[in-house]
Design a protein around this ligand. Structure first.
Ligand code: 5GP
Length: 191
């Protein structure tokens, strides 16, 4: 997605070979017009998949997912990183190792919000090693629902996540695919 790649180039910064900082428009300050374009692009890609719910992992997946949910006219379900006393009722949980925090958390879903009849589009901001996407997909599948697609805003294709998710048989699309990066430069797939 050209608009997104241009934004990453102008406002993103590779902290090192591994971590891309995009807090100017995605992770801290949010460019809502860009999020709208991203939501519309996910709709264009997955519109024939019979999507009934958008699911995402808090917090940075929420902005693009909300815009996709608007485009699909379906609810968005936020997978939580911890249970709270507000979550009465039946919960499902799975352990996920965080790429940025370097520790595990319990990804949590209140059972009533996704059922076996749902076809879910899972959206996340980044794909690195695939832990978050794989954990979220597993959690959603515990309900009996189908993962009809996985939409990633930025994938770092030099890390193993994209290949892992494809090998597991998921229909995955990434809007900006980074081939390699380092201090001061970012190269996208196909460049
Ligand atoms: P994975 O589980 O695929 O290893 O990592 C994905 C998760 O880690 C995403 O949900 C995202 O929050 C975070 N993440 C991974 N790589 C990056 C990165 O380069 N920059 C930022 N800001 N977050 C990242």
């Amino acid at each position: 997605m050209k608009l997104l790649e241009d934004k990453i180039r102008s406002c993103g910064r590779a902290l090192n070979d591994d971590v891309l900082l995009v807090d100017m428009f995605l992770n801290h300050q949010v460019d809502c017009e860009l999020m709208k374009a991203i939501g519309d692009e996910f709709y264009r890609i997955f519109k024939d998949e019979g999507i009934t719910k958008i699911a995402t992992v808090e917090a940075s997946g929420i902005a693009p997912s909300a815009m996709a949910a608007l485009a699909f006219k379906v609810p968005m379900v936020i997978l939580k990183k911890q249970a709270s006393v507000l979550m009465d009722g039946k919960m499902l949980q799975t352990e996920v190792y965080s790429f940025t925090k370097k520790k595990s958390y319990q990804l949590t879903l209140k059972k009533e919000f996704i059922t076996e009849n749902d076809r879910v589009l899972l959206i996340d901001d980044f794909m690195a090693n695939g832990e978050a996407a794989m954990g979220a997909a597993k959690l959603i599948e515990m309900t009996g629902a189908t993962i009809a697609g996985i939409g990633i805003v930025i994938s770092k294709n030099f890390q193993p996540g994209m290949e892992k998710i494809k090998a597991a048989g998921y229909n995955v699309a990434s809007l900006a695919q980074v081939a390699e990066m380092g201090e001061g430069y970012i190269k996208f797939v196909g460049e």
